[in-house]
Design a protein around this ligand. Structure first.
Ligand code: BGC
Length: 719
């Protein structure tokens, strides 16, 4: 019935109206938007006419119930057929209640909390009139120089896939038509954007199809298997073809092979970027290549609206191709209930009630606690409540803790570290000295030294500001800024106990802080409740439990360095390895400083020798591995027991370890728990040289442990 109605609507549309339905513009183009409705200045460069705006199909970056209602009403009044606008926005890790950045969420290994964070983000966005979020980002990342690693959940395809699914469930719920508190999700950036050469944003990506399928496509596919409504193309090339013109990726793989029939949108300006990429001579050719590749919506350039009608008339593009794209957009509008109720969930009264409410903030606080990773601790943490603490550094009293993708979040609402610590170390026992992120004056250095001298313990709040990561936020030197290293070194000379809390969007090269500090707590960009969450950990009210979702390199020269690498023919650690002619660096270790899966706790855990029920697996007989974990420390704590596999003789080389499963368990002091994992044959499948996806009988190793490095390994056979 609904489909029929959409078909009828489509038939009433002129070719020009159809082309405009594929156009997505930013908020200022629209009447009713604050400072909107007038096409002047830089907007003129898109060359869109008021008619094109009235006929356009979707708007980006529009939020706020009253504004959305105004814009939608004005739009419906002007649109000849009364087709409502779709509103889309980047609700990446929260709307007003900002959760930790996705890389931090990845470190929680907590899918239920991740899902809840997306559900809350959706609920706040939906009452503010948003219909679609440009999330989750499922790009696999291995290069911390790339600023956008903070938007991903890390370097492991399995963990990424699980998080992509959890986010989609949280954003979309079970039924978008029924549940107006949810929003449609758009997985991005298809495909392999995370492999940008040299870690430089927008840069070339080139990899074999086998590698693409084995590692990079899994996250997007998982999101789609969970029912994700939309896909966004990436900026980069794959095998020499920019994603937005890549027929092989979009038509052959996404549409035909995977059967995706939702809306495919370009990234911002990516269609016109086919010109500087060097695959289109002009805007007309860019439009032609993008529509042939199957891109439905063109975001923020206007090649479609200007050229598609003529491309159809001259026979270069079949009108049916445009019809399919328009129909998909109309169907999404229908599914969201926009024809029935164009303002959908937008509700100014509900906005007041639920946005940034205590329940949402509590969820953000919980996730910030669970995402923090204790990287080092020689006993200085937790702090003693009786101690005088000098809280020093650029993030001591800084509210830039929301992260680069929190456009609707407000820094004023963020709980700073000093504010939350003040509540715990009152009576003058907290001395706070802030300073700049990249430059610290001599006066600030001296004040910091004086504060430290008066205290029993120093807490350094260090890191990168939010401009130093995120989109276009790449760095070749991923150490802390030099001024901060100088601060660390000067305070280190005082010989006082020193703990550091790090705020940053990427794994850093920790030289200059790792040896110097007695303890390091990686906080990432922890979101609106960050200060409170961290203070509760520093004070020992909460026990840190995060585990790294991305390796911390020993030095940037090793990058990319990731746990699931290949062995090479000359591995350095082979029993008969030579001194020189092995795969190694002469000046740094091969291993990262801190591996994937790593993280400490205020308690300690011991693992028994793992036991395999039998050491042969068959197609019908899974493998069962049990290990007993004991809390050997004095505090209750949460452990993440990790299961890895290695295939010793594949058709193609296989990673030295691959995460297959994990279990999070909470143990009281002295408590033991047996954890049993079941491993099935499908979990051993991989892409062969002929791209078939299957397992091979032969020798394997199964490993279990607290991280990807410190595992106990047992052989088994697949027969
Ligand atoms: C980013 C996308 C984002 C889009 C819309 C682009 O620059 O790459 O991740 O969704 O802008 O804001």
């Amino acid at each position: 019935m609904a489909k029929q109605h959409m078909q009828e609507l489509l038939q009433q549309m002129t070719l020009e109206e159809k082309a405009a339905q594929l156009l997505q513009l930013a908020t200022p183009f629209y009447e009713g938007a604050e400072s909107g409705g007038e096409i002047t200045g830089p907007m003129e460069s898109l060359g869109v006419t008021p008619q094109m705006v009235s006929d356009s199909g979707s708007v980006l970056g529009l939020a706020g119930a009253e504004e959305v209602i105004r814009v939608q009403e004005a739009h419906m009044a002007k649109n000849r057929l009364g087709i409502p606008l779709l509103t889309m926005a980047d609700i990446v890790h929260g709307f007003k209640t900002i959760f930790p950045v996705p890389l931090a969420i990845g470190c929680s290994w907590d899918l239920a909390l991740a899902e809840r964070s997306a559900e809350i983000a959706a609920r706040e966005a939906a009452v503010s009139g948003v219909h679609v979020t440009f999330a989750p980002m499922a790009d696999l990342v291995r290069d911390p120089r790339w600023g956008r690693v903070m938007e991903s959940t890390g370097e492991d395809p399995y963990l990424n896939s699980e998080f992509a699914r959890a986010f989609v469930r949280g954003f979309q719920g079970k039924d978008l038509a029924e549940d107006r508190t949810r929003v449609a999700a758009c997985v991005k950036h298809f495909a392999a954007y995370g492999l940008a050469e040299g870690g430089r944003d927008y840069n070339t990506v080139d990899l074999s199809e086998r590698q693409l399928r084995e590692f990079y496509l899994k996250g997007y596919k998982a999101a789609l298997d969970e029912g994700c409504e939309m896909v966004m193309t990436a900026f980069n090339t794959v095998d020499g073809i920019p994603a937005s013109a890549n027929q092989k990726l979009m038509r052959d793989l996404l549409r035909k092979e995977w059967g995706f029939d939702g809306v495919l949108i370009s990234d911002w300006g990516a269609v016109k970027e086919l010109i500087p990429h060097g695959v289109a001579e002009d805007e007309r050719e860019a439009a032609l290549k993008a529509i042939l590749a199957g891109v439905d919506i063109e975001m923020m350039t206007s090649t479609y609206v200007h050229h598609l009608p003529e491309l159809v008339k001259t026979g270069l593009v079949e009108e049916s191709m445009i019809d399919e794209a328009v129909l998909r957009i109309l169907q999404l509008k229908e599914k969201l209930g926009l024809f029935e109720n164009p303002i959908r969930g937008a509700d100014p009264a509900a906005e007041q009630e639920i946005i940034f409410c205590e329940e949402h903030r509590e969820a953000a606080r919980e996730l910030a606690v669970k995402s923090a990773v204790l990287l080092k601790n020689n006993g200085v943490l937790p702090l003693n409540p009786g101690q005088t603490v000098a809280l020093i550094g650029p993030f001591a009293e800084n509210s830039d803790i929301l992260g680069p993708w929190s456009w609707t979040g407000s820094r004023q609402d963020a709980v700073r570290l000093d504010q939350a610590m003040q509540r715990r170390w009152s009576d003058g026992r907290l001395i706070v000295e802030g300073c700049g992120v990249e430059s610290i004056t001599e006066e600030q250095m001296l004040s910091a030294e004086q504060a430290a001298a008066r205290a029993d313990v120093i807490v350094l709040a260090l890191g990168e500001d939010s401009e130093m990561s995120g989109e276009a936020g790449c760095r070749a030197d991923i150490r802390l800024p030099a001024a901060q290293l100088e601060l660390v070194s000067r305070l280190g000379r005082l010989g006082k106990p020193m703990a550091a809390v790090l705020f940053n969007g990427r794994p850093l090269d920790l030289h200059g802080i790792f040896e110097e500090a007695d303890a390091i707590l990686e906080a990432w960009f922890p979101g609106s409740e960050g200060g409170e969450a961290l203070a509760s950990i520093l004070a020992g009210e909460r026990n840190p439990s995060g585990r790294l979702a991305m390796s911390f390199p020993y030095s940037v020269g090793q990058v990319p360095v990731y746990y699931n690498h290949f062995n090479t023919g000359r591995p350095k650690d082979a029993p008969d390895a030579q001194v020189r002619y092995v795969s190694q660096y002469l000046d740094v270790p091969n291993e990262p400083l801190l591996p994937f899966g790593y993280g400490l706790s205020y308690t300690t855990f011991s693992y028994s020798t793992p036991v395999l029920e039998q050491d042969i697996m068959t197609g019908d007989e899974p493998l069962r591995l049990s290990v007993t974990v004991t809390n050997t420390g004095a505090n209750a704590g949460e452990e993440t027991v990790q299961l890895y596999v290695r295939d010793l003789s594949g058709d193609v080389v296989r990673p030295v370890k691959e995460l297959k499963d994990y279990a999070k368990i909470t143990l009281q002091p002295g408590e033991s728990r047996e954890v049993t994992f079941t491993l099935n044959e499908p979990q051993l499948r991989y892409y062969h040289a002929d791209l078939s996806h299957r397992s091979d009988p032969g020798r394997f190793v199964v490993s279990v442990g607290p991280n990807s490095r410190d595992t106990a390994d047992l052989p088994f056979q697949l027969s």
